[in-house]
Design a binder for this molecule. Structure first.
Ligand code: CP
Length: 306
């Protein structure tokens, strides 16, 4: 049964997740054709409401909507009446009067897309809210893993870095657990919350985490902009203890592990330059798959009231 909104991976059943992953494959296949567009959402309108910066999510939603033949409007927060004190509620009510079908929201406040979803009949898609959730990132990550491991149950994914502030860690570990993968967290004790999902191992030492035997090392950016206090001595120290240095990359290559990262990357912090050229880096695949996964979501959701 299609949903009106996509706010969080936790709200989806395993069957719904598998349906969306299955639907992403034919959309990706479309990218190899000379005409990359289908008329599935012809006549529908998509509004991009990004209160926080984004490169990948914003551009891939825009491409996804256009490949489905929807009309896309970019709400430019910096040029809008938001700068004159207009509330999110007023903005959404104004936009509701325009009868948009889909609203794609990114905001620094956790839970805000859910508030907007209650105010509008449009389908609301959470494109990342504070430290809470990033459901389409989780879908594209799971799709990328399934491309490399068609039967991924039991595979081990080590999520490394700033878990505490990461909506990606929350959503991606949720989807991977729903698909029966084994997930562990690695990072400084101050950035790996002790509370939270109980069936996820926590490591604070890189070598111990490697002994666990991951199939995929999933790197996260250290989100300096969300850190109100200092969680570790320095970025140089972080790179030394947890970053993928050239020596660690060599070991990862010998073990045949895959590397993933949601972007944007901090070179010299969570990874060295050479990771970007590593033959088992899936970072560019994740970007490409973001379009297919988001097409599947737009195609599946059912806006109400139109
Ligand atoms: N992965 C991700 O959300 O990247 P952007 O911030 O560039 O959208």
């Amino acid at each position: 049964m299609p949903h009106k909104d996509l706010l969080d991976i936790a709200a989806l059943t395993r069957e719904e997740i598998e349906h969306l992953l299955d639907q992403s494959a034919p959309f990706k296949e479309l990218f190899t054709r000379s005409v990359k567009k289908v008329p599935a959402l012809k006549g529908k309108s998509v509004l991009m409401l990004f209160y926080e910066p984004s490169t990948r999510t914003h551009s891939s939603f825009e491409v996804a909507a256009k490949r489905l033949s929807a009309d896309v409007t970019n709400f430019d927060v910096a040029q809008s009446s938001v700068t004159k004190g207009e509330s999110v509620r007023e903005t959404v009510e104004t936009l509701q009067a325009m009868r948009t079908d889909f609203v794609i929201v990114r905001h620094r406040s956790s839970g805000l897309p859910g508030v907007i979803a209650k105010l509008t009949k449009a389908s609301v898609i959470n494109a990342g809210d504070g430290t809470h959730a990033h459901p389409t990132q989780a879908l594209l990550d799971a799709f990328t893993i399934k491309e490399n491991f068609p039967n991924p149950a039991g595979k081990k994914v080590l999520i490394t870095g700033d878990i505490l502030h990461s909506r990606v860690a929350r959503s991606t570990s949720c989807i991977l657990k729903k698909l029966d993968l084994d997930v562990a967290y690695l990072g400084p004790g101050s950035l790996v919350p002790k509370v939270g999902p109980e069936n996820i191992r926590r490591f604070t030492n890189y070598d111990e985490a490697m002994k666990w035997g991951p199939d995929i090392v999933y790197l996260l950016r250290v989100q300096m902009e969300r850190q109100d206090v200092q969680y570790f001595p320095s970025l140089r120290e972080y790179h030394k203890l947890y970053g993928i240095t050239e020596a660690r990359l060599e070991d990862i290559r010998k073990r045949g592990l895959y590397i993933m990262h949601p972007g944007p990357v901090n070179r010299g912090v969570e990874l060295c330059d050479a990771v970007m050229d590593y033959e088992r880096s899936l970072i560019n695949d994740q970007v490409e798959n973001g379009i297919a996964a988001r097409m599947a979501v737009l195609y599946w959701l059912k806006p109400g009231g139109h």
